[in-house]
Write a new protein. Structure first.
Length: 358
């Protein structure tokens, strides 16, 4: 039976942390909050426990795990750190950024057989206390079934993993709501592998120029990847989600669906609420408050699966911060359902909706 332990960063339950840490020490899995999203973790040096993460998440074996540490001494146990990088890390951590280093002594299960390892030091105090009390780095991907939206609240993890993990620590809603930014610093030039909660422009103030591929929002289909979020379908609700270039095309599609009596939900910023008709509207937040949209994105994807709607419509947003990360998650959630115009939408829609197939 899974034990749910509720606490906050301001009021950490020391007994609860100790209980959860003992489960980690005994080779069990624990779901815990971070400032980005919830993680599902195991002792990074316990290969059997780490294999269980892949099993309960239905995660592909070639998708590496991110290792979470609570100190720079612990970092040196898992990765080879150049002296010049350590100075920079001490300015950026704890925080929502993951770095790719040369692996020191972690199993192929954790690294997906690579000679590199992804590591970060979370800012969330509950996470840091859990890692410290566990007396080991914790390997932890996001706490969701693979391909589906990440958990930003404990209830999401309960829905996915109750009965499959020893403990779920309920630490409230995630501060950022998007996974960490991942930067490969194992070689130069430094490369962005996954946009996330730490803007690249801010990181460049510490790291210098970071290479960002024009294909950052495309899914890698073949070969090895150094970071989670690059390969396979990611972040997607169970129901089809269609991505529109602008609100005008989304409105046209909504009118078409209404004319056919098809139930849909529009996932839109509050600025467009009065412009879009329809059965359901899931308000992401205000475009003028990018952090609000980032924080609500995954929970909105999950809400789409809960309500009486057959599909979701979402518009491409241009935000003053988190822009690359939000657009990355939305693009990957939509997959191949990226809409150019109404006729293109109708063609795509026919492929997923039997009532309109000829």
């Amino acid at each position: 039976m899974t034990r749910i332990i509720k606490m906050s960063e301001k009021r950490i339950d020391k007994k609860g942390i100790k209980y959860a840490a003992n489960q980690i020490k005994n080779g069990k899995l624990v779901v815990f909050p971070t400032e980005t999203v919830y993680g599902i973790g195991a002792n990074a040096f316990n290969e059997k426990a780490c294999k269980e993460i892949f099993k309960v998440k239905n995660r592909a074996a070639d998708n590496p795990l991110i290792v979470h540490v609570c100190s720079f001494g612990q970092l040196k146990e898992v990765a080879v750190i150049p002296d010049n990088i350590m100075v920079i890390l001490k300015r950026l951590w704890p925080g929502p950024v993951t770095f790719i280093f040369k692996n020191r002594d972690l199993s192929k299960t954790v690294t997906a057989g690579l000679n590199t390892v992804a590591v970060r030091m979370p800012r969330n105090k509950i996470a840091l206390e859990l890692i410290k009390e566990s007396d080991a780095p914790i390997a932890a991907p996001s706490a969701n079934i693979s391909t589906f939206p990440s958990a930003t609240e404990a209830k999401h993890a309960v829905a996915d993993f109750f009965g499959k993990v020893a403990v779920i620590i309920d630490g409230g809603k995630s501060a950022f709501g998007l996974e960490s930014t991942v930067i490969d610093i194992s070689k130069k030039p430094y490369r962005l592998l996954r946009p996330g909660s730490y803007d690249v422009s801010e990181l460049e103030k510490f790291l210098g120029k970071i290479y960002v591929s024009g294909k950052i929002n495309k899914t890698v289909k073949k070969g090895r990847v150094l970071s989670p979020g690059m390969k396979y379908r990611h972040y997607s609700p169970k129901k089809p989600l269609f991505l529109f270039n602008n609100i005008r095309e989304l409105i046209s599609a909504s009118r078409f669906l209404e004319s056919k009596g098809i139930k849909f939900a529009a996932l839109i910023p509050s600025e467009y609420s009065k412009k879009v008709n329809g059965n359901e509207k899931i308000i992401l937040g205000s475009e003028s408050k990018a952090s609000e949209i980032a924080r609500n994105l995954f929970s909105s994807f999950r809400k789409l699966d809960e309500i009486d709607a057959e599909i979701g419509l979402i518009v491409d947003m241009k935000l003053d911060s988190f822009d690359l990360a939000v657009r990355n998650r939305v693009a990957k959630a939509a997959g191949e359902n990226k809409v150019r115009n109404l006729s293109h939408f109708i063609r795509l829609f026919k492929e997923v909706h039997s009532s309109l197939r000829e």
